[in-house]
Design a protein around this ligand. Sequence first.
Ligand SMILES: O=C(O)CCC(=O)C(=O)O
Ligand SMILES: [Fe+2]
Length: 301
Amino acid sequence: MNLTNEHLDRFTTDGYVVVEGALSDADIDLVISDYETVVDDLARDLYAKNRIGYLYEYEPFETRLARICDEDDTTYFDTDDALDIGRVRGRGTFHFMRCPNLLDVIEGLIGPEICCSPMTHIRAKLPTDAEAGRESNVVFWHQDAIFLHEEADNVFFVTTWIPLCDTSEENGCLRVMRGVHRNRTVYWNNEMPDGEVVSVPMRKGDVILIHKLTPHSSGPNHTDRIRWSMDIRYQQRGTPTGRSFWPAFDARSVTNVENETAYETWRDDWVKALHTFPKKVPRQNRPTQPLPYLGDMGPAA
Ligand SMILES: O=C(O)CCC(=O)C(=O)O
Ligand SMILES: [Fe+2]
């Protein structure tokens, strides 16, 4: 789906826009089948180690990992690393991140030369159990601009946040602050100005595009199902990602299709990179106070 002028206007004015029904079930199934395998492997491993009493084979994707975690608390707290895109390196997940339905949307903001940043996650927001002190992927207010190394400070990128199931306030959908990107300020201390908070329930198939200066957050999951989602960041090919220690990949190039990264290259790059840098390399001299943003605003200029 291509972005309409209405979508672009919303993005420019509000700092985010929801593109409804942009993705097909077949697109999203590329990711889900990879992660069904990951969860199945995990279940078999934990079962073999007597850490769980059942494989939960007949549980659907939206509940299986939650039932496993109910039995094994350690797994509850270890899921983020186990699911990490660079660690799993699924072929379907790679093809999802470059699927035409998604890139056609991205092209409206980035142009036709598109790089996919290594700042990419899949999140299993597990059911919260406040009594047991278990809370998963509750995300406090922040702008994505603060997570990168200095070389990318002025680069425009867009965060795409994609639910793999329907989301609502009850299961911890995304919340955004409307229009705050127009302050052109990076709130390095995570102290946000007053702004209109909008809760954004979404359906599977929808995509939300978020400006790098738009504050967003999400609350606990009060259901017994997992709120599965992905967040993927895109920028113009050739611009620094601010995470040079981990591999980006070229997702679309109309000037020369041979520029596009092959799955095997991306996979092998991650193996090598994680060998050298198993953890994120922290930024040197990270600012601690709000600073004016002097970089590229993208279409929101
Ligand atoms: O998934 C969430 O709840 C928040 C994710 C987030 O901060 C992001 O996608 O940048
Ligand atoms: Fe974020």
